[in-house]
Ligand binder design. Structure first.
Ligand SMILES: [Zn+2]
Length: 187
């Protein structure tokens, strides 16, 4: 494994083997890949590493070794019982969550603000990894200077999925800019 100190690691959260949540025929992985690919297309950075669709999360996480100067960004969609539930939320690791001045907290907030505006959905805020369904989220604890997991909206809402698809270019442009701004801060 090679230490790659200054990269942006952007992942679609799920993969071909694990589609994530499925609702109304929509697969979480298909939507998160769209967002990841749009961010990558819109980025001017030559230092981007993406997860590969054939890799599972364990394979991806053991392939990469982000350092202090790296940004890790993992994309998901939430799931809810009701198909009307909507909103965006972000998770950061326990250590970053304990410090509201941490760059992870700040990057999470910027994504929440800008994406909730683009999508016209509620901002559900920044949360610590222990308030997720897992007590610890592996991808947030790989040693990157900034690590954020974003739950963009709800896969269980067909409106949300259509909205993301129609605004994917804007999400990509804005996402690439945010990642670059924060990457520059920790170089
Ligand atoms: Zn997910």
């Amino acid at each position: 494994m090679i230490q790659i100190p200054f990269k942006q690691f952007i992942s679609a959260g799920h993969n071909n083997a694990d589609s994530g949540a499925v609702a109304h025929g929509n697969k979480e992985a298909d939507v998160t890949k769209l967002i990841r690919d749009s961010i990558a297309r819109n980025s001017r950075s030559s230092e981007i590493i993406l997860d590969k669709d054939w890799e599972n999360n364990r394979q991806y996480q053991s392939r990469i070794k982000p350092g202090n100067g790296s940004v890790v960004f993992d994309i998901h969609l939430n799931a809810a019982a009701k198909n009307t539930t909507s909103g965006i939320e972000a998770f950061i690791n326990k250590k970053d969550f304990a410090n509201s001045n941490s760059l992870s907290w700040k990057m999470a907030n910027r994504f929440l603000k800008e994406y909730s505006t683009i999508l016209g959905i509620p901002n559900r805020g920044v949360k610590g990894e222990n308030s997720s369904q897992h007590s610890r989220i592996g991808i947030l604890n790989l040693g990157a200077g900034i690590s954020v997991l974003l739950e963009v909206d709800f896969i269980t809402s067909t409106t949300a999925v259509g909205n993301i698809i129609s605004k994917k270019d804007q999400l990509g442009k804005v996402g690439a800019k945010i990642l670059q701004d924060f990457d520059d801060m920790i170089k």
